[in-house]
Ligand binder design. Sequence first.
Ligand SMILES: [Zn+2]
Length: 114
Amino acid sequence: MILSTTSASLVALMLTAGQLPRDQFDDVMPPSHYIHSYPGVVQTLEVPVDALQIFCATAPRKRALPVAACSVAGDGQCTILIRPADDFVEPMRAAVLLHELAHCLGWPATHPKE
Ligand SMILES: [Zn+2]
């Protein structure tokens, strides 16, 4: 299912960022300067977990956990591939979307803390 992410939902996501307990989501959350709107089109595509492991095969991961999401950016648009919403307990999905949006904005795949 393709879910276009509107600017309104991105704004809601940004507001969520301030409410996430940093210590609980420290592994997932990007540095704060990567939390802002994307200057282009963002699409969110929900993908079943098995297919996501194939699409996101090159995504770096911690431990041996399955990939939760990955993103591809270029030409003024970014596509975020993410497991179906039912696979997440909120606010983890919001944290994962912010993580991927940060990659859209140039946060390196090595996840530097600054
Ligand atoms: Zn990442």
